[in-house]
Design a protein around this ligand. Structure first.
Ligand code: DOR
Ligand code: ZN
Length: 345
């Protein structure tokens, strides 16, 4: 039995840092585990211009603990009025690594998102020409579509069309949650990939709704039926370069989760690697973990792999029931559980 695993230092290809005190509290968790992270732009107000992203990047860098090497990779929040010149300039200057498409009102701080995909077609055309990666929150927002069907509907109503109309645009279908998404990504060419979160590999919708309502297991896209979780697991451990690590760590304080209208988002940054590794261990795929965590992401984004390594060891890791963040309580993913691996050293 393998008891120690040394791999190239991984990256997190999708997460939320927020800003101010919460940001300063969560950045160290990610910087201790990952060399780089794609930082989502859904602040209030959103990060819509290169100058805003450059300033946000400075604030994040100032929160990285001394002696830790960590690079935030910034994204541009697309709106109906995105300035394609500013986006292209920001990408050329190395400020933007990607742009994020939120359908308006699909999730947290997405009110300024895109109201109709057709509105951003000129921007997508420019992104294709400049080879800027598009990250997509793939859920429709129409009232009549059931929340559990919103990802599958987005594929048929929007994503298939985007991929057809911009064949050279590189697209990351973020935090996929369904077998429909796995199938779609597999059927597309090399320019279409997906991130998979730890929570969607661990839990199905029962974890949110059986035995009482469990707000800390609520995120968007919402966890689906067991058959979908199994399809995601298969994709993650398959070795296909189309699937890679993106935690979607989304901190919300306990008070914002445990309330009549709780926020969507699971805070998994503190034990993200241990959480993913538990899945690869259960699937007898420890030999595939490095490619999922450290190789496929940089390959897709056209960035170098990290030369540093990290080591994980088999040992009981007790996840605390809560952590302190910004002077308040926050509940991490796996709160109160024991995981079977931990970061060594
Ligand atoms: O659960 C989620 N939380 N999904 C998202 O798409 C956004 C995120 C957040 O920002 O809290
Ligand atoms: Zn996200």
């Amino acid at each position: 039995m393998t008891d120690r695993l040394t791999i190239r230092r991984p990256d997190d290809w999708h997460l939320h840092f927020r800003d101010d005190e919460v940001m300063r509290g969560v950045v160290p968790y990610t910087a201790w585990q990952f060399a780089r992270a794609i930082v989502m732009p859904n602040l209030a107000p959103p990060v819509t211009h290169a100058a805003m992203a450059a300033q946000y990047r400075e604030r994040i860098l100032a929160a990285v603990p001394k002696g830790v090497r960590f690079t935030p990779l910034m994204t541009c929040y697309l709106t109906d009025d995105t300035d394609a010149d500013d986006l292209a300039r920001g990408a050329a200057e190395g400020i933007f690594t990607a742009a994020k498409l939120y359908p308006a009102n699909a999730t947290t701080n997405s009110a300024h998102g895109v109201s109709d995909v057709a509105r951003v077609y000129p921007v997508l055309e420019r992104m294709e020409a400049e080879d800027i990666v598009l990250c997509v929150h793939g859920e429709v927002t129409e009232d009549e579509i059931d929340v559990f069907d919103r990802e599958a509907a987005f594929i048929e109503r929007h994503l298939r069309g985007i991929v057809r109309d911009f064949p050279r645009l590189r697209v990351v279908f973020e935090h996929i949650t369904t077998s429909d998404a796995v199938r779609f990504v597999r059927e597309c060419g090399d320019g279409v990939a997906a991130t998979i979160t730890p929570q969607h590999l661990h839990i199905n919708r029962n974890a949110m709704l059986v035995g009482g309502i469990r707000p800390h297991n609520y995120c968007l896209p919402v966890a689906k039926r067991e058959e979908h979780r199994l399809a995601l697991r298969e994709a993650a451990v398959s070795g296909s370069p189309k699937f890679f690590l993106g935690t979607d760590s989304a901190p919300h304080l306990r008070s914002a989760k445990e309330t009549a209208c709780g926020c969507a988002g699971i805070f998994n940054a503190p034990f993200a690697l241990e959480s993913y590794l538990a899945v690869f261990d259960e699937e007898k795929a420890l030999d595939r973990f490095e490619s999922f965590a450290s190789i496929h992401g940089p390959a897709f984004y056209g960035l170098p792999v990290n030369e540093e390594t990290i080591t994980l060891e088999r040992a009981a890791l007790e996840v605390p029931g809560e952590l302190t963040l910004a002077g308040e309580s926050i509940v991490p993913f796996h709160a109160g559980e024991t995981l079977g691996w931990r970061l060594a050293g």
